[in-house]
Design a protein around this ligand. Structure first.
Ligand SMILES: [Ca+2]
Ligand SMILES: [Ca+2]
Ligand SMILES: [Ca+2]
Ligand SMILES: [Ca+2]
Length: 258
């Protein structure tokens, strides 16, 4: 196989490389592959010249600053998202955030649990928020964990239900899925770690007041496999790949290793 002069003058290419693109006008790949006639002229339209050095890697996007006010507006709860960067300095009112997410209903305590991690597996950081006293109609304080996919792209004032890509509901009344009780450095109600070992972070959520029949408030930790399947409205029991229960009544299992 011979080197072939490109008609646009960009230089020399190997005929074998041209045949990788079967749709190129003038490329007689049958001939080139089987060695019948390697001397045919080959035209490669707009082939880029080889770059002398690889393109510079763009700097990573600044981190997000996420702040929660679980008692905002009658304990509805509100989460503020500021995009980080050199301009984020001084004294700011929380309401000037780049994005604001409001809980669904009074008494939900939206924002009690917070974490940032890519649980959708698309390399864009997702925001995890819990509302431990949220319930759907006919239930009581089951708690709900939300995934907001691609959190860096959020802007304006948003509602938690509509803006979230996934919602995970507690199993039973008064489970309080995602309750952190505002304990700084203590109870971790929601988080992410690749527990399944497939390369994508999984969602971790704790329901401190959950118990199985005959017990009281032992607590249960759930692992929900990360990835594209983590979307829509899900039940914590059915959607989780792993559940870990507390040993004793009132253990209120909640701390998650990451
Ligand atoms: Ca993501
Ligand atoms: Ca409630
Ligand atoms: Ca995983
Ligand atoms: Ca309970």
């Amino acid at each position: 196989m011979e080197d072939t002069k490109m008609a646009n003058g960009n230089g020399w290419i190997r005929a074998a490389c041209v045949c990788a693109a079967l749709s190129l006008a003038g490329c007689n790949c049958f001939e080139d592959l089987f060695g019948i006639d390697d001397d045919d002229p080959v035209f490669v339209a707009n082939s880029p010249a080889p770059s002398a050095s690889p393109a510079a890697t763009p700097p990573p996007a600044p981190s997000l600053l996420v702040i929660a006010a679980p008692r905002f507006n009658g304990n509805t709860g509100r989460v503020y998202i500021f995009r980080g960067g050199p301009g984020l300095v001084g004294t700011l009112a929380a309401g000037t955030a780049d994005a604001i997410i409001d809980g669904e209903a009074a008494g939900d305590y939206f924002g009690d649990g917070l974490a940032l991690a890519d649980v959708a597996g698309d390399r864009a950081v997702d925001l995890l928020v819990t509302a431990p006293s949220h319930e759907e109609a006919g239930a009581l304080n089951r708690g709900r964990a939300y995934v907001f996919a691609g959190a860096t792209g959020l802007s304006g004032i948003l509602g938690a239900a509509a803006a979230s890509s996934a919602r995970i509901d507690g199993e039973n009344n008064t489970d309080n899925l995602g309750r952190a009780d505002g304990v700084v450095g203590g109870r971790l109600a929601v988080g992410a770690a690749d527990v399944t070992g497939d390369g994508t972070a999984d969602l971790l959520a704790a329901a401190v007041e959950h118990e199985e029949a005959g017990a009281t408030s032992r607590g249960r930790v759930y692992v929900l496999t990360g990835g594209a399947g983590l979307s829509g409205t899900l039940g914590a029991a059915a959607a989780s790949s792993l559940r870990v229960d507390g040993e004793n009544d009132f253990d209120r299992l909640s701390t998650l290793a990451q």
